[in-house]
Design a binder for this molecule. Structure first.
Ligand code: NAP
Length: 250
């Protein structure tokens, strides 16, 4: 992958970080994005590959377009975009939910994916080449209790992915999504606003997926021959049957 440039949003943690580690080992050129600069700096320091860092909030439209438009010339050709940044905020019934949580999910998970994609695709369309992988979720395929707006945001990612695949079809650009079940990352710490005990209780009853499991599946989506598109992967822990059914440890 030495001449392949991959842009990963949300590379500072969890799935994005594990994906960056995987592609760094393969020698890809990496554009790593996030808001926590010190974490991105740490990755750049240890990776034995070319790395360019971008610090922006995916929900900030002008920050997204400025970051992509001002990339140095040698980083302007992006072969693979991995739209991974996103989070859940809260787990409450609609009637009790916090509107700031809703805004954060719609702005980050939905508009963020759309802005970053829109900023990056012109050069893919021009070159008639490229690949886009969006992080959906089992929550984007099935709604679970109190998941309401997080589920809506991930359903939107699924619809946007399908729309992109149709619109970019004439240009030979591959578009797919990956829909993981429970993955043990900082996701629940963010969802529950730093409540460690509540966060641990999400993963404790089962053997959850690890970020590396999702990264390996993304690696597979990228590794197939150019005439093959993996449109969707739904990746669940063996202990999880769907969005709500878990084989809990005794
Ligand atoms: P995580 O460890 O909390 O990582 C989330 C990443 O997204 C961080 O790097 C964070 O970076 C970045 N991010 C969040 N909001 C952002 C914003 N507004 N602007 C820029 N960057 C932002 O969680 P994760 O589990 O790896 O989540 C990655 C993706 O997988 C998300 O889209 C999530 O919805 C999806 N997913 C997760 C699970 C799960 O169970 N964990 C299951 C299905 C799908 P900064 O804070 O540094 O900006």
């Amino acid at each position: 992958m030495k001449d392949t440039t991959i842009l990963i949003t949300g590379a500072s943690s969890g799935i994005g970080k594990a994906t960056a580690e995987l592609f760094a080992k393969e020698g890809a050129r990496l554009i790593l994005c996030g808001r926590r600069q010190e974490r991105l700096d740490q990755l750049k320091e240890v990776f034995n590959t070319e790395v360019h860092l971008l610090n922006f909030d995916v929900s900030d439209r002008s920050a997204v377009f400025t970051a992509i438009e001002t990339l140095p010339t040698e980083w302007k050709k992006i072969d693979i975009l991995i739209n991974n940044a996103g989070n859940a905020h809260g787990l409450d019934p609609v009637q009790n939910a916090n509107l700031d949580d809703w805004d954060a999910m719609i702005d980050g998970n939905v508009k963020g994916v759309m802005y970053v994609t829109k900023a990056i695709i012109p050069q893919m369309v021009k070159r008639k080449a490229g690949q886009i992988i969006n992080l959906g979720s089992i929550a984007g395929l099935e709604v679970y209790p109190n998941g309401n707006v997080y589920c809506a945001s991930k359903f939107a990612v699924d619809a946007f992915t399908q729309g992109l695949r149709i619109d970019l079809n004439p240009f030979g650009i591959r578009v797919g999504a990956i829909h993981p079940g429970l993955v043990e990352t900082e996701f629940s710490m963010v969802r529950f606003k730093g409540d460690e005990a509540r966060s641990k209780s999400v993963y404790a009853p089962i053997d959850a997926l690890q970020a590396e499991d999702v990264a390996n599946a993304i690696g597979y989506m990228v590794s197939v021959p150019p005439h093959v598109t993996i449109a969707d992967i739904t990746l669940l822990p063996t202990d999880q049957a769907n969005a709500t059914v878990l084989n809990r440890k005794p």
